[in-house]
Design a protein around this ligand. Structure first.
Ligand code: NAD
Ligand code: DAU
Length: 353
């Protein structure tokens, strides 16, 4: 079986569902269920014996050691993290704890268990660390996209904590020979995306008649990838990636934030027009910028295409329509994630902007 950490979050839950739809190999899913973890994402697996869920922390060495001995996974895919940049600015502690200390504990326990496996199992084992393009920092408008050789220049507590975890993974491969793989992916979007991030927040706020808060001038650029394409890239890297290598994953899809927000409004105008006949674009509101806001990310995904034959299947135009339709069809999911804690976050992040 494989051990997936953070499998109740946005990308992790999509990964687990896609994996079990395509494979008979069971998944052990270890997730702490922070505000971002949601078992409703996995409701379709409720009666599936191939999915074993354990609530727990990747930093809990005793728990992880017991799980490794009991389940003997052939691979670990580490999605577990604090993932929201704005939250890392207002409260970095959890990011240091989970993304750095948690990943370190997970690596350390994995190393101890892996070292006593027999030679075949040792060689076949993989530790795949899911990371981000944000570790590379911000790009000038005319600079070439990030390759795997780009220096690490993280600018937020979130990206610095992910960069630290990437370095630990690298060190465990280099020093102890642990068979690791790292993926650095661009911005994902799609079903089950928590509505604190740009795309789901805009869809949910638009439908609720609330302002659509665009940071600064809205000209920051992100490179968007449909979440299921990220999942297929991870499966491919796990299957055929070269040990010790890192692979950039992206959608060749650079877009300015303001253009994304306008596009969402245009689609909503067609799919669920406002009762007053106005466009949802009337709700766009420019607000104070994110401190240290990275201007542009762009991924050069030629290595994973060249070496592993992976390419994204979805275009932004098809992916965004699927995503908006999913949110329109799943208002119960949206209502359920909008808990008290989430409302408090919205008040503290946007109240002063
Ligand atoms: P998410 O915030 O939606 O989910 C994170 C999950 O990790 C949640 O289920 C949470 O409960 C769990 N978790 C948090 N701390 C934990 C801990 N200490 N132990 C166990 N579980 C814990 O995040 P996401 O957007 O799904 O991102 C998943 C991974 O992919 C992260 O490592 C992130 O850095 C990386 N990534 C995300 C994106 C993106 O656009 N969302 C892009 C590139 C890389
Ligand atoms: O690049 C990969 C990263 O993408 C992942 O590693 C992170 O986990 C993920 O959260 C995401 O980070 P971003 O900061 O790029 O995503 P976010 O959705 O928070 O913001 C996207 C852009 O939209 C960014 O330039 C900030 C802007 N924005 C965001 C919000 C929430 C707004 O203008 N208004 C908003 O309300």
């Amino acid at each position: 079986m494989i051990l997936v950490t953070g499998g109740a979050g946005f990308i992790g839950s999509n990964f687990v569902m896609d994996w079990l739809a395509q494979s008979d190999e069971p998944v052990l899913n270890l997730d702490k269920l922070t505000y971002a973890g949601n078992l409703q994402n996995l409701a379709s697996l409720k009666d599936n014996p191939q999915h074993v869920f354990v609530q727990g922390d990747i930093g809990d060495k005793t728990l992880v050691a017991d799980l490794l001995v009991q389940y003997q996974p052939r691979a670990i895919i580490n999605f577990a993290a604090e993932s929201h940049v704005d939250r890392s600015i207002s409260g970095p502690d959890d990011f240091i704890q989970t993304n750095i200390v948690g990943t370190f504990n997970l690596l350390e326990v994995t190393r101890g268990w892996w070292q006593q496996l027999d030679d075949d199992k040792k060689a076949g084992f993989r530790f795949l660390h899911v990371s981000t393009d944000e570790v590379y920092g911000s790009l000038a408008l005319d600079a070439p996209a990030f390759t795997e050789e780009h220096p690490y220049e993280p600018n937020s507590p979130y990206s610095a904590s992910k960069a630290a975890s990437d370095h630990l993974v690298r060190a465990y491969q280099h020093t102890y020979g642990l068979p690791t793989l790292t993926t650095n992916c661009s911005n994902n979007y799609g079903p089950y995306h928590f509505p604190e991030k740009l795309i789901p927040l805009m869809i949910v706020n638009a439908l609720a008649g609330k302002p659509l808060p665009v940071y600064g001038d809205g000209m920051q650029i992100r490179d968007w990838l449909y979440v299921k394409d990220h999942c297929s890239a991870i499966r491919r890297v796990l299957e055929a990636g070269r040990v010790g290598e890192t692979y950039n994953v992206g959608g060749w899809n650079e877009k300015a934030n303001i253009d994304i927000v306008k596009l969402i409004c245009q689609h909503l105008d067609k799919l669920q027009p406002r009762s007053d006949g106005q466009s949802y674009a009337a709700q766009i509101t420019f607000v104070k910028d994110r401190p240290g806001h990275d201007r542009r990310y762009a991924i050069d995904a030629r290595k994973i295409e060249r070496e592993l034959g992976w390419k994204p299947e979805e275009t932004f135009e098809t992916g965004i329509v699927k995503t908006i339709s999913w949110y329109l069809d799943n208002d119960a999911w949206v209502d359920n994630v909008q808990t008290g804690a989430y409302r408090e976050w919205l008040a503290s992040n946007y109240g002063s902007r």
